[in-house]
Design a protein around this ligand. Structure first.
Ligand SMILES: Cc1ncc(C[n+]2csc(CCOP(=O)(O)OP(=O)(O)O)c2C)c(N)n1
Ligand SMILES: [Mg+2]
Length: 619
């Protein structure tokens, strides 16, 4: 057997660079678009040396915070519909623990990312090393173990030959439609540097095939039979539709052929163009009146590629009476909430189901009624984004201005967001004609995802305009990768809507009967200097971006035109109204309200809560 002598780190890098994928346009690309790295001890000597020698095939990128770079990697994979991904390398201590939040984001959202944290010496000779977490009971525990619960596959390479099995398993997990999620390969720093005679064949170029598992005939027949009995069916479109090759087209054909309206989850939005006659818009807690009315009336709900989380199902109270069918590539999801599962790829499953339903359509009255609601909601959105509702501009008006600032916004823009009030507003109001034009991280809803995520999206989609819409709270939590976007020349536009606090949680607090407390800056403990007037534009400029502050919706529109023309990352700051969000639509969300309280408002909220729980689907 022909062998080649390399260190563990050199072998790892060579193997990663040998994995290829075919993109939808037919081009052949490396599976890994690059490796984010912040060096420290535990990765600079071993993996750092190996990466430096491989810059032509696997570029190394430096960010400013490990969470930020892992969020960028997560967003990159999402923007590539899981077909391309990145690796992330850190030092052994805080560098690694900084990954946990981002790994959780990727885990919840089923997104691939390869984490390569350095780890303590296997020899234990220099223990305890700088940054080593010492466990009194277990000699094998290190800081890297904090990534176990948020990794779909975790391995620690304690002898070089383990890479021969660990790497294929890592790639299999990262590229499997059901198992997909973060993979961690812990790399003790002495092992990284060890040499080994590797079989040459291990590094042969490999073209990854993304499987699209077909439907099982018995399950298919059961779903077809249930659908044939339905009169008022509704489709819930989840993120799995976008991750399935051909999923968006299959969904459109299925809906049109059988006359079924579609409500979209946060992850599934964009599969159908905003002006499709059967698109009722967002569904669930942040849903449109059209989709939620249809959900309340439907006798059957067909969820496609959805995790059926509380926001999509109104905490399981929105279509609790309907028969639930679930097409999902993952058995864990397909069987949720008493649903009749069809465990297969979305595109393949929808095509097979459509064939099995030949000649069948939903009640013509239901389809016509649905289309009226869909149309009505589209007209309402036109109004909402143009109508002032407070003395300061509102979220809705800002969204309207961002989209109105380019004639081809629905085709060209990708909006990026994750937490705060904006996810609800964008879910209802953002218009996109292209899968991927709506990039919302609403599985973990991680504040701080926005700017770092926007960078990852731009790296995956350089030809699109990437617009990050973010609240003051999320921006202040993590904004430093704006400097990385400037350094790397990946331009993003950041539209920062400042209402001086955590407005969405302030609203939630009061809806739960609570007093406004510790959310808006004005309601927080503050000292003699009062509430800081944060100058976000200056902050952005200090990081190398262009920036301006605007005072009205008209000014925002004009600034957006300048931002679009800029080649450098660009932040626009606008003061908006805190309380005023879009009241149309929405449904109940379960939040634990105190059973006893001195506050009457809390006692009332508890009574409403107990009533609402009666409507929940059980198990
Ligand atoms: C890391 C993280 N911490 C806390 C939360 C809970 N949370 C969700 S939104 C939010 C406030 C967001 O404030 P901002 O970005 O200013 O949005 P807006 O005021 O427009 O609602 C908080 C604290 C979260 N989602 N993520
Ligand atoms: Mg805010």
């Amino acid at each position: 057997m022909k062998t080649v002598r390399l260190t563990v780190a050199q072998a790892l890098v060579r193997y990663l660079a040998a994995q290829f994928v075919t993109m939808p346009d037919g081009s052949r690309e490396r599976l890994f678009g690059g490796v984010w790295a912040i060096f420290g001890h535990g990765n600079v000597a071993g993996l750092g040396e190996a990466l430096q020698a491989a810059q032509d095939v696997l570029p190394t990128l430096r960010a400013h915070n490990e969470q930020g770079m892992a969020l960028a990697a997560t967003a990159y994979a999402k923007a590539h519909f899981r077909r391309r991904m990145m690796a992330v390398s850190t030092s052994i201590g805080p560098g690694c623990t900084n990954l946990v939040t981002a790994a959780a984001v990727a885990h919840v959202n089923r997104l691939p990312m390869l984490l390569l944290p350095g780890d303590v010496f296997i020899s234990r000779a220099p223990d305890p090393v700088l940054q080593q977490v010492e466990d009194f009971q277990d000699g094998g525990v290190s800081a890297v173990d904090c990534l176990r619960p948020v990794s779909r596959y975790f391995d620690r390479i304690v002898v070089p030959s383990q890479l021969l099995t660990a790497l294929p398993r890592a790639i299999a997990t990262l590229t499997d439609p059901a198992q997909c999620g973060p993979v961690t390969l812990a790399l003790p720093q002495d092992v990284q540097a060890q040499a080994f005679d590797w079989p040459e064949a291990f590094f042969a170029e490999r073209d990854i095939h993304f499987r699209q598992p077909p439907a099982e005939p018995t399950e298919l027949a059961a779903l077809a039979s249930l659908l044939r009995q339905a009169k008022r069916p509704l489709i819930v479109c989840g993120g799995g539709v976008l991750y399935s090759a051909g999923g968006a087209d299959a969904l459109r054909q299925f809906a049109e052929t059988h006359g079924i309206p579609v409500g979209e989850s946060q992850a599934g939005k964009g599969a159908l163009a905003w002006d499709h006659p059967l698109l009722a818009g967002s569904i669930g807690v942040t849903g449109s009146p059209a989709a939620n009315e249809l959900a309340a009336q439907a006798d059957l709900v067909l969820a496609v590629g959805s995790r059926l989380q509380d926001f999509t199902t109104g905490s399981h109270a929105l279509y609790a009476q309907a028969t639930l069918l679930s097409i999902n590539v993952n058995g864990f999801d397909a069987g949720k909430w008493g649903g009749h599962g069809l465990q297969c790829d979305a595109a393949v499953g929808l095509a097979a189901l459509s064939a099995a339903l030949e000649g069948w359509q939903a009640d013509a009255d239901w389809t016509a009624h649905s289309q009226r609601l869909c149309n009505g909601w589209r007209r309402q959105v036109d109004e909402i984004v143009r109508s002032p509702r407070a003395s300061l501009p509102t979220y809705a008006e800002a969204i309207g201005a961002v989209q109105a600032s380019a004639a081809d916004s629905a085709e060209r823009d990708i909006v990026v967001c994750a937490a705060g009030t904006l996810p609800a507003e964008l879910h209802k109001l953002w218009r996109t004609s292209t899968p991927g034009g709506y990039h919302m991280e609403y599985g973990f809803s991680c504040m701080g995802y926005e700017v770092a995520g926007g960078l990852g999206v731009k790296m995956a989609r350089p030809e699109r305009e990437v617009i990050v819409m973010v609240g003051d709270g999320s921006y202040l939590m993590l904004n430093n990768e704006l400097a990385t976007s400037v350094m790397l020349g990946h331009k993003i536009i950041v539209v920062l809507l400042d209402n001086a606090g955590y407005a969405c949680i302030n609203r939630l607090q009061q809806a739960c009967g609570g007093a406004p407390f510790n959310n808006m800056l004005v309601d927080c403990l503050h000292g003699e200097h009062g509430i800081p007037q944060v100058d976000f534009a200056r902050n952005a400029r200090s990081l190398g971006a262009e920036a301006e502050t605007v005072g009205s919706v008209a000014e925002l529109l004009a600034a957006m035109v300048r931002a679009r023309a800029s080649s450098r990352s660009y932040l626009i700051q606008l003061r908006i109204d805190g309380p005023q969000c879009t009241p149309e639509g929405g449904s109940w969300w379960e939040v634990g309200i105190p059973e006893v309280s001195e506050r009457e408002a809390v006692r009332n909220a508890r009574a409403d809560y107990e009533q609402a729980r009666q409507r929940q689907r059980l198990g």
